[in-house]
Design a protein around this ligand. Structure first.
Ligand code: ZN
Ligand code: FE
Length: 255
């Protein structure tokens, strides 16, 4: 039976995500942004939390680690590189590691940039990836702990996943990201159409996530460093991919 995925809001703009394997009953929370909404969602679904998969050490991703561990005895998995900053961590993982979750396999992808040890969790059998604050719909995370070259190689790993891969992200930032994206990729018709769709979803208070890798490749400027139209628009035809990514990131930081 297929994995069940439940997405819900936490804090002001964080996503909570629970994944549930109906056969084994295993249930994981992707990060632990806020205790209340995670507990409510578990109760509503009738699921028992068995795991927490932490992507990075930021407060808005680990705040409820210890409370959820106390409530359920859930095992906390997180990046070895920043293990000392992840409350309650028991299983340390890094890129290339894989482990089973119910009848599925979870592959760990190292995606430094936003933080130095950020990881994404990819479930190839289910065709889903949890990218937290590395890749957003129409955006990428701020480069707090590593530079554009490092983030570029992280984003390239995600861009290489099958295009139909479903992507869940850490935050509902899509509408603001769309407003910026059209300024660097103004002639992209798929992007313009998507921006209208996002406005309609947000007007109804609906989430813009999940997305897919394919959709992001077509419309997300942070994955389109090699696109000739974007490069021409930026006057960076002969720049390196990292230089283009750095310029787009800088413009977004100042947008
Ligand atoms: Zn973060
Ligand atoms: Fe965050």
């Amino acid at each position: 039976m297929a994995l069940q995925i439940e997405q819900f809001m936490c804090r002001s703009d964080n996503f909570g995500v629970l994944i549930h394997d109906p056969e084994s009953g295993a249930t994981a929370s992707i990060d632990a942004p806020e205790e209340g909404p995670v507990l409510e969602t578990l109760k509503r679904k009738g699921w028992t939390l068995t795991h927490i998969f932490v992507t990075h050490h930021h407060h808005d991703h680990v705040e409820a680690n210890e409370a959820l561990k106390r409530a359920y005895g859930a095992e906390i998995t997180g990046p070895a590189f920043e293990a000392d900053r992840i409350p309650g961590i028991e299983r340390q993982v890094s890129g290339g590691d894989s482990f089973s979750f119910g009848s599925d396999i979870v592959e760990v992808i190292d995606t430094p940039g936003h933080t130095a040890g950020h990881v994404c969790y990819y479930l190839p059998r289910s065709g889903v990836v949890f990218t937290a604050d590395t890749l957003f719909a129409l955006g990428c995370g701020r480069l707090f702990e590593r530079g554009p070259e490092v983030m570029l190689s992280s984003l390239k790993k995600l861009a290489a996943l099958p295009p139909q891969t479903v992507v869940y992200c850490g935050h509902e930032y899509t509408q603001a990201n769309a407003r910026f994206a059209v300024t660097v990729d103004p002639d992209n018709k798929a992007l313009a159409a998507r921006a209208r769709e996002i406005d309609a979803l947000r007007a109804e208070g609906r989430p813009t996530l999940p997305t897919t890798i394919g959709r992001e490749l077509e419309t997300n400027p942070f994955l389109r460093w090699s696109d000739p139209a974007i490069r021409a628009h930026l006057g960076m035809q002969s720049a390196s991919d990292a230089e283009v990514l750095a310029e787009i990131r800088k413009r977004k930081d100042n947008f």
